[in-house]
Write a protein that binds this ligand. Structure first.
Ligand SMILES: *Cc1c(COP(=O)(O)O)cnc(C)c1O
Length: 367
């Protein structure tokens, strides 16, 4: 029996968010980022919906993730952002992102051996300091372009701030990307897709859209830009609702310590609910005495430390609550709503981490 820790995934919300993105990016081709199991939402189901709605490309982090999509019957072009595993690239017809010349050499040899041409995207490092060609990227790209069996379909880069707090650094990255782009086009290279825009740039930097956009978090209903949340976020719909079952209800006298370390002590006779979800389910321990959930349309506080499998909530004064009822951890209930951005602020992290850590573990239900 499932103990009732569920993530409900609203696929119509995905469609809605996709429309918002298509609208902002003037219908440019979209490389939908579904890495990390679609940010915890389930890559196969999310990709299925995105493809139904006309998405041109999917992007995953590793070839293993692409394999899962191919095995599920998905034939859409898939860009593999990080690991160009040679066997899998050819076996599953994937588009590798190449970040150095030696990988290009290996892939070129294999393409020649198989008597085929491999579509690749090249990555240049414009300030992220993670992966990508550095030094003289134009020279290296020209060398790679000359390799047999390699066809450069795209050139990409990545912003160093997912929330673009410092627009001037992002603009420097765009300028450096654009100068490489111009030089390559001048030299007559036929490269169809220059792309750098993650969600934040889709939202805030139209000059970064180039030939395609590459959003992730927006598809799942969140704006990475906190200060602009009021502008775009209200147009996006959070896709994931998270619920846990109330396993037990206990009426306890004033002065009762709750959970490990006795960090909370009841101040009055209290009705304490024990939820069947804890940090092993992705509820950060940082939410101890520092979060709310919604029960019967009302916000109630988490009390005491979050345990591995259980978390206590204070239900004193809530009417008609019964064992087996749901507590909403992320989502709407009555007039109240809690989103991953709220939990992220409380846990001192970002919605990305909240969604992936909970989404990976919860039983997912699609509607
Ligand atoms: C994760 C990722 C994205 C998507 O970023 P969001 O902030 O979720 O839009 C785009 N490009 C690369 C290379 C990434 O790793």
């Amino acid at each position: 029996m499932n103990r009732g820790f569920t993530a409900e995934i609203d696929l119509n919300a995905v469609s809605h968010n996709l429309k918002v993105i298509k609208d902002i990016s003037r219908n440019l081709p979209l490389i939908a980022v579904v890495k990390a199991d679609a940010y915890g939402h389930g890559a196969v189901e999310i990709s299925g919906r995105l493809i139904r709605d006309g998405v041109e490309y999917l992007a995953v982090a590793f070839t293993g993730e692409a394999e899962e999509l191919r095995d599920a019957g998905i034939n859409t072009p898939i860009v593999v952002l990080f690991d160009p595993d040679v066997e899998d690239i050819f076996k599953y017809s994937l588009i590798p992102v190449i970040s150095d010349k030696k990988t290009a050499v290996v892939l070129s040899k294999e393409a020649e051996r198989r008597n085929t041409a491999l579509n690749v995207h090249l990555k240049i490092d414009t300030g992220m300091g993670r992966l990508g060609l550095t030094g003289d990227p134009v020279k290296e790209i020209l060398e790679i372009a000359g390799m047999r069996g390699i066809s450069i379909e795209g050139v990409m880069s990545h912003f160093s701030e997912a929330d673009i707090k410092d627009e001037s650094f992002a603009r420097m990255q765009i300028a450096s990307f654009n100068s490489v782009r111009k030089e390559l086009l001048q030299k007559g290279l036929q490269i169809r897709l220059f792309h750098i825009a993650n969600s934040a740039a889709v939202e805030a930097l139209p000059e970064s859209h180039f030939d395609a956009v590459r959003p992730g978090i927006m598809l799942y209903g969140y704006s990475p830009i906190e200060r602009r949340e009021a502008i775009i976020a209200h147009r996006l719909l959070p896709v994931m609702t998270v619920k846990a079952k109330i396993l037990a209800l206990r009426r306890l006298p004033a002065g009762t310590p709750i959970s490990y370390g006795r960090t909370f002590v009841t101040k009055r006779e209290s009705l304490i609910g024990v939820m069947a979800a804890g940090y092993a389910d992705g509820l950060s321990r940082r939410l101890s005495n520092n979060a709310e959930v919604i029960v019967g349309g009302r916000r109630v506080p988490v009390v005491g430390r979050v345990c591995m499998d259980l978390t206590m909530i204070d239900l004193t004064g809530i009417e008609h609550v019964e064992e087996g009822d749901d507590a909403v951890i992320i989502g709407k209930n009555g007039n109240e709503s809690i989103d991953a951005a709220e939990l992220a602020r409380r846990a001192d992290t970002i919605p990305y981490e909240i969604l992936t850590s909970i989404g990976y573990r919860a039983k997912k239900v699609y509607y």
